[in-house]
Design a protein around this ligand. Structure first.
Ligand SMILES: Nc1nc2c(ncn2[C@@H]2O[C@H](COP(=O)(O)OP(=O)(O)OP(=O)(O)O)[C@@H](O)[C@H]2O)c(=O)[nH]1
Ligand SMILES: [Mg+2]
Ligand SMILES: [Zn+2]
Length: 342
């Protein structure tokens, strides 16, 4: 491509250019999906944002795509990283939240809504994506006992930088900014302060925000679409709608990383397959007894691992059911073919 133009603000680099090489033909346009909202997709190109017309495969915010001259998506470039959750609802399927990301900000507010379990769940998803997770505790002006809470979150987030910020006061924003690389995605419950934080990082009121409902402290689901915008100091930001439920989707590796502390103690257990539930010579239990590991961490790990296994079994069952259905349709089709030949 002659001139990447605007795409430079959207993460264009030599390696991105290389990944496009085999897919670009005369008349085709490299682009990045910046917004997907109820079936409508928008993409940044070298000279502006266009409405992209999707064909077979649904695109996701963050995707690099090849557009044809009619702005139809001709190709989705292989995703470098992706964040995925189990879909809400009864279906056993997964939903892509963002792709080609480098940093995942797990956002939680420093008020009564803070839940270590939720932070751990989001961190498992974040680790699984292949991007670097960062835990961002917002509304530092509302914190009761900031230091204690920070220590608790740090103990629940091995290998993850933990930052407290006040988007409205500016507190901690420089520390956070220094941790952002490449494409950054915000994840967290509705009302956690994601869009407020995004606006503070962007230096302008770009994204809509809203009050948390007084009665139950719950957010109002102000943000409805996933939107990718360039950051003024380089990199990009993807704001996401608050997630009501965040089901785990095939996050075995993510869980191992999110609970690296438990895993590390577990290496010293007498039995290689120790379940850390009363076996002799259990190093995890010893660590808990010695006050080196909170019991809560082991309980939380167990709970999330069980949920992950359950989801995996359910999706296997769905795949099996689909296969059986396909075979039946096939059989029926060949039977009627046989009949019509007679
Ligand atoms: N006191 C205080 N309030 C904040 C801070 N950051 C955000 N808020 C408030 O928290 C509420 C929710 O903020 P949003 O940024 O809309 O939350 P969100 O995570 O984007 O919510 P959804 O879009 O629904 O997912 C708003 O009323 C903000 O003004 C902060 O640092 N301090
Ligand atoms: Mg929002
Ligand atoms: Zn053990």
């Amino acid at each position: 491509m002659a001139d990447p133009g605007l795409l430079l603000n959207y993460g264009w680099s030599d390696s991105v250019a290389e990944s496009f090489d085999p897919h670009l033909h005369i008349g085709s346009i490299p682009a990045r999906v910046v917004r997907v909202d109820r079936g409508e997709s928008y993409a940044a190109t070298s000279d502006g944002i266009v409405r992209a017309r999707t064909t077979a495969d649904p695109v996701c915010t963050g995707d690099w795509v090849v557009l044809d001259e009619y702005h139809r998506v001709a190709q989705i470039i292989q995703r470098r990283s992706e964040i995925r959750r189990a879909s809400a609802g009864a279906q056993s399927a997964s939903q892509l939240l963002a792709t080609n990301i480098d940093t995942v900000l797990v956002v939680a507010a420093l008020d009564q809504t803070l839940s270590l379990g939720r932070v751990e769940r989001l961190l498992a998803l974040a680790w699984e994506s292949g991007a670097q997770p960062v835990a961002v505790l917002t509304k530092s002006d509302l914190a009761n006992d900031l230091e204690t809470t920070l220590d608790e979150v740090r103990a629940s987030a091995p290998g993850v930088p933990v930052v407290a910020v006040g988007a409205t006061t500016g507190d901690g924003m420089d520390v956070l900014t220094a941790l952002l690389t490449g494409t950054v995605v915000l994840l967290g419950a509705s009302g956690a302060g994601k869009s407020t934080l995004a606006n503070a990082l962007l230096g302008e009121e770009c994204l809509a925000t809203n009050d948390v409902r007084g009665v139950d402290g719950k957010g109002r689901h102000t943000t409805v679409a996933r939107e990718l915008v360039p950051l003024p100091f380089g990199g990009q930001l993807i704001d996401t709608p608050g997630l009501r439920g965040v089901g785990l989707w095939d996050v075995v590796d993510g869980l191992n990383k999110a609970f690296a502390d438990v895993e590390e103690f577990g290496v010293a257990c007498r039995f290689g397959d120790c379940a850390h539930s009363g076996e002799p010579g259990c190093a995890v239990q010893e660590a808990i007894d010695a006050g080196l590991l909170p019991q809560r961490r082991l309980d939380s790990y167990r709970k999330l691992a069980r949920e992950n296994e359950w989801m995996a079994a359910r999706s296997d069952a769905r795949l099996r059911a689909e296969r059986t259905r396909a075979v039946k349709i096939q059989t029926r089709a060949s039977r009627s073919l046989y009949r019509s030949r007679r």
